[in-house]
Design a protein around this ligand. Structure first.
Ligand code: FE
Length: 210
């Protein structure tokens, strides 16, 4: 089943978190009891998405592209391989494309159908990314959507909106902030937020680095 087929609008039940936690736990116990899933495999999966996969991976990719022109070239030519080269691969990252922000072009990513998102470099998508309001506005009025996120672009900047699908996932390569020339790779990576890799923010200004 593809991801698109899997996402439907269900009626909302107003369960508290405790109720949901209990249900998940019961379901998990039942699956383990019946031998349908392995407890260790499940722990491994949860640990992966909670602790090892997330925007910090994407930030490493961006920081390297900012400092290593040859890597950047490889990244823009074949993102899947260049990202795998850094050890980030797996589900929902099989077909990656990186789009670069410049003085003239600003890129932003949406999934108009559901919530396709590059898990290996960004982790799981934020709630707003899945909201129909973002999905619609990003396409119809990208400048307005960006302004709502606090990104005000000049009229001469072209906004390109990329529709992530089950076939291809996009990552934005943000502009390297001014004054970041002398920062270490580790400091540079800290300027790279999740939102700037979706394209709804700019990389953090150097002055905000703690
Ligand atoms: Fe999708």
């Amino acid at each position: 089943m593809s991801e698109h087929e899997g996402e439907r609008e269900y009626p909302h039940h107003h369960d508290g978190p405790c109720d949901i936690e209990q249900r998940v736990k019961s379901l998990e116990n039942l699956l383990i009891e019946k031998g349908l899933v392995d407890a260790a495999a499940m722990d491994e999966l949860v640990d992966t998405y909670e602790n090892r996969v997330g925007p910090r991976n994407g930030a490493q990719v961006v920081a390297r592209a900012w400092t290593d022109p040859q890597y950047k070239q490889r990244l823009l030519a074949d993102a899947t391989s260049a990202i795998r080269e850094m050890g980030y691969a797996g589900r929902q990252g099989e077909h990656m494309r990186v789009v670069e922000n410049t003085e003239q072009v600003h890129n932003m990513v949406v999934c108009t159908l559901c919530s396709c998102y590059p898990w290996p470099v960004l982790g799981l998508p934020p709630t707003w990314y899945k909201a129909s309001s973002y999905r619609a506005r990003a396409v119809r009025k990208p400048h307005v959507a960006l302004a709502e996120f606090g990104v005000i672009l000049g009229r001469d900047v072209e906004v390109r909106v990329w529709d992530s699908t089950a076939e291809i996932r996009y990552l934005v390569l943000p502009k390297r902030p001014r004054g970041s020339e002398n920062l270490s790779a580790e400091q540079l990576a800290r300027l790279v937020t999740r939102d700037c890799m979706i394209g709804v923010a700019l990389a953090m200004p150097v002055a905000d680095l703690k």
